[in-house]
Design a protein around this ligand. Structure first.
Ligand SMILES: Cc1cc2nc3c(=O)[nH]c(=O)nc-3n(C[C@H](O)[C@H](O)[C@H](O)COP(=O)(O)O)c2cc1C
Length: 213
């Protein structure tokens, strides 16, 4: 695999339109140089005052991933319960059901994902700067799409944020982790993301009264 060349060909807009949450991942290892490359794409994101507050921590150690997955699962199991109940209704939308199943699959198999990539960032005036990190996180997700890696954005670990941050060697007061991106080679095929039409959310000058949410 030529790390320098991989992913350099895909047109930007095509990559954006076809990037989606890929939660079914092979346990096979991923070269750390490739993870470094997708994180480097993250560093080209905008940030307030160009402060670039990000840190990327790639957890590959099996034991560490098992511990992180156990905490993630604990939170996620509670979080998803209402959706599991709602999905018992026969008219529950199929797309939502598929998304829920994929999220449950990830929670059950998180320990197998070969890379747990955490994105953390400096606080500013005592507050976490999530807004300064999400553009970088999206760049990482798009770079994963470009190089053929499966990835998804998760935040459920935040319920155990302090414990996980300390475990990663981060000071939760100074550089809390904001996102956990499980990364690996995709298992099976994945379709295009389903999104509502731009016609439902694009307006010129004024939002018509009947369109307001
Ligand atoms: C701020 C944020 C937090 C998210 N947290 C989680 C999470 O904890 N676990 C998870 O499985 N997905 C999480 N997601 C992923 C969304 O559920 C996913 O982007 C959505 O289902 C669309 O998937 P698609 O791109 O495959 O259509 C999160 C997304 C965002 C933007």
């Amino acid at each position: 695999m030529n790390i320098e060349l991989i992913g350099e060909e895909i047109p930007l807009l095509e990559g954006i339109r076809t990037a989606r949450a890929i939660r079914r991942l092979k346990p096979d290892p991923v070269p750390i140089a490739l993870i470094r490359k997708v994180c480097e794409a993250g560093t080209f994101a905008p940030s307030g005052g160009n402060r670039q507050p990000w840190q990327f921590i790639a957890v590959t150690d099996r034991e560490r991933r098992a511990y992180i997955a156990s905490l993630y699962r604990e939170t996620f199991t509670q979080y998803i319960q209402p959706a599991i109940e709602a999905a018992k209704a026969p008219d529950y939308p199929e797309a939502k059901r598929r998304n829920m199943k994929a999220a449950i699959y990830l929670a059950e198999h998180l320990h197998e994902a070969p890379v747990h990539l955490f994105v953390a960032g400096w606080t500013r005036r005592g507050a976490p700067q999530s807004q300064a990190l999400f553009p970088a996180i999206q760049n990482v997700l798009l770079a994963c799409r470009a190089v053929g890696l499966g990835a998804s954005l998760t935040t459920a670990h935040r319920a155990h944020g302090e414990a996980i941050d300390r475990y990663l060697g981060l000071d939760p007061e100074k550089t809390p982790s904001i996102a956990l991106i499980p990364i690996g080679w995709p298992k099976g095929r994945f379709g295009r993301p389903t999104r509502r039409s731009i016609d439902t959310c694009f307006f010129e000058n004024v939002v018509p009264a009947q369109s307001k949410d």
